[in-house]
Structure formats: structure tokens, C-alpha cells
Ligand binder design. Structure first.
Ligand code: CTP
Ligand code: CA
Length: 228
């Protein structure tokens, strides 16, 4: 436990961060998931903590351990993450870094799916998972965090897709990253961010995921402190 220094820029602010990948079971031994190392979410949570925030870190599966000094909730499925996020509210800021599975198999059998003798493969019937970011962005102003921040991993037309995504999701800020082959963003230690808000977009230089965490933390601190 680290005592919080009240002179730090985010002292007294409660900030929720989702991170890592969700897993959707098909049966007791198989699941559907997304590519996510959890490195960017972890770096953001660490930077927020260093700036004095009380961090609620809600994480799926990640390659890196959660940062020290944050309150960790481990979840498996998108529905679990949705429930944990809504239970952790209210907060001042909510940041959605998790790679959430958009769908889940309609039925996750309690027994292992066996190969059929006829050489046929089973087909999967999927249903939509709840959109966690969208659900928080749409909350009534009395419950909605002051800042709702999303991420978008895009492989093509990054600017157009991300601009439309910010509007569709109803979030205040959106950090888009180009994860197309060759950028090294997925699983790597650096990130190229295009930052979107209601004013437009800014292209940030390529920097480490720790530096992205610090840049975002500074921006959050200025936004919250300018509203006082
Ligand atoms: N997200 C979420 N809940 C979901 C899906 C996504 O909270 N069920 C969040 C992610 O954590 C991220 C943002 O929404 O902050 C954008 O996720 P992304 O997958 O890029 O957006 P989608 O609307 O799912 O669009 P796409 O069809 O590109 O996957
Ligand atoms: Ca998605």
C-alpha cells in the first residue's frame, strides 16, 4: 500500500482502466479471444497511479502483471468485464484499453465438444456481447464519468474509422493505433497514437507504451484541473 500524496496532479481522482483480452468459452477446454498483451493498459494504469490516482484495474488475460498500487479485478468474459465495470462506478475517468470479444458462442457447453465420426466440423453460432465503453459513455450525466476514453485498434483507413468510432461510441477521447502488419504495435513495447477529441485529431510521435501512459495522464490531469 502506498499512501497518496495530495500534491500529486490526480490525487483524490478515481480512475477505472480496462485492460487485457477477454475469453469466451466454447466448451470447458476451448475459447475465443483477441490479441492483446495488456502492455498499454498496464502502462496507463501505472502512470495514473504515479500521478496519485486511485486506480480500479479491471483486466482479462495479459502477458504482463498488473502495476503495483492499483486495485485489481480479474475477469474472464466480456459479460464479466461489463459487470465488474458497472460495479466499480462511479469514477471520475474511465479508460477502455481492453481487447473485448465482440461476440461469444451462443452456448458454451458444459461438456467438451467431441469430433463427429462423419468428418464434419461443427459450426459456431455467435451472439453479440455488450459494448462496455458505449454503455458507460451513454450513462446519465449524474453517473457518467467526466471523461470516457476509448481505444481503437485499426488495420486500415485509421483516421476515418477512428473518427467515426469516437462518434458512434459516444466517448470524449479516442486513441487510435495502427496495428497493421509491420508496425510492431501488437505485443510490442511502443505505440503510434492518433488522438481524437471533439476538436479533431492529433498525430502523436511513435513512443513507448510507458510514454503514451504518461502523455495521456498529463492530458487527463489538465482536463480535470481546468474544469475546477
Ligand atoms: N469495447 C468495449 N466493449 C466491447 C467492445 C469494445 O468496451 N464489447 C471498447 C474497447 O475496449 C475499445 C473500444 O471499445 O476501447 C473500441 O473497440 P473496437 O474493437 O476498436 O471497436 P468496435 O466498436 O468493437 O468496432 P470493430 O468492429 O472495429 O471491432
Ligand atoms: Ca471490436
Amino acid at each position: 500500500f502506498q499512501a497518496t500524496d495530495d500534491t500529486l496532479p490526480l490525487a483524490g481522482k478515481r480512475i477505472l482502466v480496462t485492460s487485457g483480452a477477454t475469453r469466451e468459452p466454447l466448451d470447458p477446454v476451448r475459447y475465443l479471444t483477441n490479441a492483446s498483451s495488456g502492455k498499454q493498459g498496464t502502462a496507463i494504469a501505472a502512470a495514473l497511479r504515479a500521478a496519485g490516482a486511485d486506480v480500479e484495474f479491471i483486466t482479462g488475460v495479459a502477458e504482463v502483471p498488473p502495476p503495483n498500487g492499483v486495485n485489481v479485478t480479474n475477469i474472464t468474459t466480456a459479460q464479466d468485464m461489463y459487470d465488474a465495470v458497472h460495479e466499480a462506478l462511479p469514477c471520475d475517468v474511465a479508460i477502455f484499453c481492453a481487447a473485448v470479444s465482440d461476440w461469444r458462442p451462443r452456448q458454451a457447453g458444459t461438456e467438451k465438444i467431441k469430433k463427429k465420426g462423419d468428418g464434419e466440423a461443427p459450426s459456431l453460432e455467435m451472439v453479440l456481447n455488450p459494448d462496455i465503453l458505449k454503455s458507460v459513455a451513454a450513462l446519465d450525466p449524474s453517473e457518467r464519468p467526466e471523461l470516457v476514453i476509448g481505444f481503437a485498434a485499426e488495420t486500415e483507413n485509421v483516421i476515418e474509422h477512428a473518427k467515426a468510432k469516437r462518434e458512434r461510441k459516444g466517448c470524449d477521447w479516442l486513441l487510435a493505433n495502427d496495428v497493421s502488419a509491420g508496425t510492431g504495435t501488437f505485443g510490442g513495447d511502443s505505440n503510434s497514437i492518433i488522438f481524437f477529441d471533439d476538436q479533431g485529431h492529433e498525430v502523436w510521435p511513435r513512443m513507448s507504451k510507458q510514454e503514451v501512459g504518461m502523455a495521456l495522464t498529463d492530458r487527463i490531469a489538465s482536463a480535470l484541473n481546468s474544469q475546477k
